[in-house]
Design a binder for this molecule. Sequence first.
Ligand code: ZN
Length: 491
Amino acid sequence: MENRLTVYNTLTRKKELFVPIHEGRVGLYVCGPTVYGDAHLGHARPAITFDLLFRYLQHLGYKVRYVRNITDVGHLEHDADEGDDKIAKKARIEQLEPMEVVQHYLNSYHRDMALLNVLPPSIEPHASGHIIEQIEFVKRILDKGYAYVSNGSVYFDVEKYNQKYQYGKLSGRNIDEMLQTTRELDGQSEKKHTYDFALWKKAQPEHIMRWPSPWSDGFPGWHLECSTMGTKYLGEEFDIHGGGIDLTFPHHECEIAQSTAALGHESVHYWMHNNMITINGQKMGKSLGNFITLDQLFSGQHELLQQAYSPMTIRFFILQAQYRSTVDFSNEALQAAEKGLQRLSEGYSRLLKLQPSDSSSLDVKGLREKCETAMQDDLNSPIVIAHLFEALKAINTVYDGKGTLSADDLNELRDVFRLFVVDILGLQMENENASDANASAFKGAVDLLLSIRQEAKANKDWNTADRIRNDLAQLGFVIKDGKDHVEWSIK
Ligand code: ZN
């Protein structure tokens, strides 16, 4: 397949043809979670968006090095430079080691991501494991003259940087204006300017997460880890940097400034940002009472939820929107997604059961091409889903005996469904959980039991017939007796 993938580059504000730096290889960096609480809805969208990208790039034949970091130091409460470290605070309250807090929530994040069928990244570096590299990076910025030491801390000199480069280009902020209006407000601070941000922060005596450095015992600023680890694992120039749109300012703006200051050039070719999730039209926030963790969604244990929603329903729901549009969570919308996913799953399992005919009475050609075109248009997953649903109509027509498909058409349809539904959209279908061999042995065994039950019924051996039915029901099977055949599924 020829690569015609276009992606929307936040930096240039237009869709661009994706051309990797190195032929056949892609470097992808995505800002990962800060691990001081349970994973919530806000974590699901970037994870699924960039999982879709990761899967699609691999489908296009690229060898992808996907780096998704773990922020476990330097994420402060009020803003990037002030307040308690969120992880240290949690550790103090719960009387744990900070790394116990990190590990606990990281384990739960990984569990949730696995349930959402999000593939693990190639490298998952911790900020706390790269303190030496971060100190080296600060030294490079100091050497180039774009940072200054003040009272044991090191700050990035935004004004100086902005004289040569353009600070604010990603988020579209006019920094000249901001510099002028905020100039007078800064008398008390150890920073030269409000907009300067910390590269290294001297630790207060009570601060437990601290490391020695040439400037003070302290810790790195939050933005620094991504510049440092991106450079370390993907090189001084790499292809794609992703994250939630809320990270464009200050986090990604500061990353660009740091990398450009240290390296003398920009490092990222394409900046990609997923839009936000709202809940019943509101931004999600603890103070609004609409903060829903993934575990609560999966179990239905939240006062806003009318029921539990499966991880695949959440994944399908998120993929029903293109990643740059907002998504609003409501029970109605999730229930609609649940039904849609059920229809897709049912259609898929019917597709696997269809018998080929000599010729096709329905036109199912071109589905693959249409789905590829939609994906290549900035990962337009809702259009892919629409094409698949269009094809479901043909599948159901054949299933109902009102149309035919040739062996070639049937095989192509099965291939395309497996590729787009399972491999690229990453939706686990009921019949896809086991490997093919396991699944067919399993199906054979259940069919065998049901045929023994049919024989028992024919022999009026009601005890055996009931026992098979009841025991299967207890194991979670749903058995539907039709006129001349028995259908079964798993609850
Ligand atoms: Zn980051």
